[in-house]
Structures are given as structure tokens and as C-alpha cells.
Design a protein around this ligand. Structure first.
Ligand code: 13P
Length: 232
């Protein structure tokens, strides 16, 4: 079980440092834990969490080592900082910043080649689910990825992100099983994971952990989710 907290555009360096100091002392149960701060807060998180088992992930990374790519950060730069991995292809990147299956594939490959671990995100929109296209969308998004020891998939239905509308455990299980039929990798669930729904989701056989947004911003609720996943 891996429980990763995607902080999105929250917590600058000083808030990240305080959060990580508190996390170091929290009871996180028996799961792998990671935090994914914004770029500017990665160094503080790496420093505070050095010597712990908690991994620090970026939220994205470019495919080139360096170059004229304003606003981007390379896998080599993340490695230099001591970052353990990166999220790639989050639906907010796909929907708001024009990320495509092809650019996601390039970023994933480059990050893995550089020795970073990768959480690659897939998931359907509300409209795609309503029109019966969920599996087609997942199949398309996964078709550009290849299994790798450093890669895990996060299934994040877009309609469940930040909405409080969590997928039911049955629906999550069904989607995770489909993802695994396409690519043989661990699959995290993301989308309104909270301390009170984490246990039942984690009990599903094909749910291998969580990618948590809002509820990862508070040490207490993040630790409670880790504990719920740990006992499942
Ligand atoms: P929420 O947990 O806030 O719904 O966000 C999920 C997510 O996007 C994690 O990457």
C-alpha cells in the first residue's frame, strides 16, 4: 500500500517544512507514504524528511535534461534535489494545461530513465462515464505506457476530484481491475479520499493505495488515511 499526498498548489517552503516535521512524528501505520509538494517546496521537504521512510515526489517533470522550456523542470534537476519520484499526467495537467497522452508518455519515460519513481494518472470525466466510454478512455490513456518497476498508476476519476463525490468501493474496484487488465502495475485510487471512506476503498482487492488531494493537507487527516489503509 502506498499513500501519497498531492498538495497541488498549496504550501510554500515554510508551510511544507512545518508539515513534514509534524509528519515525521505522526503515527502513519504500516504503509509506504509519500508527499508531493509544489516545486519550490521540494528542497525543504527533502531536507526535513531525510533519514525517514517518507518519499518526496514532484507533481510533474519535463522529458528533456535541459533546454529552452520556460517554466519546466527536468528529471535531472529533481534527482539533484534528492527527490524520489514524480506524479505525471494528473487530470489538472491534462485539462487545464494541455497535457496529452503523448506528452504524458514522454514525461513518464524520461523520469523513469532518470531513476525517478512515477505515479502516472489516468481517469475519465463525468461525461465520458455517463456516455459509457470509461474503459475506452482508460485503455487509450494506458496504451502509451509500459510496465516498469518504478511505475504505479493512479486511477483518478475526474468527477471525483475535489468534489466530495468519491467513487464507491465497487466502482473503484471495477475500474482498478480494468486498469490492471491493460497494464500489470499497482493502482492507487484518487478522488475525494477522506479518513471516513479510506478503509472500505482500501479493502478492495485491486486498490493498492491512494493519491490524496485535499485531505492530505492536514497532518491529522492524512495520518488517519494512512492508518485506515494500513489496517486493510
Ligand atoms: P481530492 O482528494 O482533493 O479529491 O484530489 C484528488 C487528487 O486529485 C489527487 O491527485
Amino acid at each position: 500500500m502506498l499513500v501519497a499526498g498531492n498538495w497541488k498548489m498549496f504550501k510554500g517552503p515554510s508551510a511544507a517544512g512545518s508539515f513534514c516535521r509534524a509528519l515525521r512524528d505522526a503515527d502513519l501505520g504500516d504503509v509506504d507514504v509519500a508527499v508531493c509538494p509544489p516545486y519550490v517546496s521540494l528542497a525543504d521537504a527533502v531536507q526535513v524528511l531525510a533519514g525517514t521512510e517518507i518519499g518526496v515526489f514532484a507533481q510533474n517533470c519535463h522529458w528533456a535534461d535541459e533546454g529552452a522550456f520556460t517554466g519546466e523542470v527536468s528529471p535531472a534537476m529533481l534527482k539533484e534535489l534528492g527527490v524520489y519520484g514524480t506524479i505525471v499526467g494528473h487530470s489538472e495537467r491534462r485539462q487545464l494545461f494541455g497535457e496529452t497522452d503523448e506528452s504524458v508518455a514522454r514525461r513518464v519515460k524520461a523520469a523513469l530513465d532518470a531513476g525517478l519513481n512515477v505515479i502516472a494518472c489516468v481517469g475519465e470525466t463525468d461525461e465520458e462515464r455517463e456516455t459509457g466510454r470509461t474503459n475506452d478512455v482508460l485503455e487509450r490513456q494506458l496504451s502509451v505506457l509500459e510496465p516498469d518497476d518504478g511505475l504505479v498508476i493512479a486511477y483518478e476519476p475526474v468527477w471525483a476530484i475535489g468534489t466530495g463525490k468519491t467513487a464507491t468501493p465497487e466502482l473503484a474496484q471495477e475500474a482498478h481491475a480494468f486498469v490492471k487488465s491493460q497494464i500489470d502495475l499497482p493502482v492507487l485510487y484518487g478522488g475525494s479520499v477522506k479518513p471516513d471512506n479510506a478503509k472500505r476503498l482500501a479493502e478492495q482487492p485491486d486498490v493498492d493505495g491512494f493519491l490524496v488531494g485535499g485531505a492530505s493537507l492536514d497532518v491529522g487527516s492524512f495520518a488517519a488515511i494512512c492508518q485506515a489503509a494500513s489496517t486493510s
